[in-house]
Unconditional design. Structure first.
Length: 188
């Protein structure tokens, strides 16, 4: 059995989530390939029918998927519609820390509908990383945009508190690992 974990990440958060998911699937004895779409030339993007299962991930920016993740999904849509390959979707986003159900609806369910994709066997909107620190990969403008969005989120959920000078890693590794194990169970 073979699985593919393929993702698009702008600042590195989705990359680390994808790595963890791939490690877990591989650890369950399923040969797993991990592909970073932004680092891989389009002509080398993997052929989906070589796999029994695929997990596709993306970070979210201004409500949008990473363009390479979206493009890859478009390319494999016909193959997914045949229903032979089990596929899972996940996103990492800030809004998931306010309401993961609503984030899933916004960034996954509506996206699937718009793309005309069949339903995945499992999907999740994981809380991501909001890095306002000096070492952040974000430029000044992006940092300010994210800060404004974070302030809006604290209005919506009062108990949310962010460190506006530091790195806010909101990832819940238990739920990420649970997702990977569930995918393995669905694959077997
Ligand atoms: C400029 C900017 C815009 C963002 N817009 C959104 C958004 O619309 N909704 C959301 O939930 N998260 C948003 N985020 C938060 C990212 O989704 C989060 O930081 C995620 O972990 C990024 O994943 P990546 O590093 O893999 O790209 C935004 C982040 C930045 C920097």
């Amino acid at each position: 059995m073979k699985a593919l974990v393929i993702f698009g990440s702008r600042y590195g958060c989705t990359l680390e989530i994808a790595q963890r998911i791939a490690d877990i699937i591989d650890g369950e004895g399923i040969e797993t390939h991990l592909v970073n779409l932004k680092d891989t030339k389009k002509k080398n993007w993997p052929m989906i029918n070589a796999y029994d299962g695929v997990v596709i991930g993306s970070g979210i920016q201004i409500s949008q998927w990473v363009k390479e993740s979206k493009k890859y999904l478009k390319e494999i849509a016909d193959e997914l519609k045949k229903g032979k390959i089990k596929y899972a979707l996940f996103v990492s986003s800030a809004y998931s820390s306010v309401d993961s159900g609503k984030a899933k609806e916004l960034y996954i369910d509506k996206f699937i509908e718009k793309m005309g994709l069949p339903p995945p066997v499992i999907s999740a909107a994981f809380a991501g990383v909001l890095d306002f620190s000096e070492d952040s990969n974000l430029g000044k403008i992006k940092k300010e945009a994210l800060k404004a969005a974070a302030k809006g989120m604290t209005n919506e959920k009062k108990e949310l508190e962010f460190d506006y000078q530091g790195c806010n890693d909101l990832r819940d590794w238990d739920s990420i690992e649970k997702f990977a194990h569930e995918f393995v169970d669905l694959l077997k």
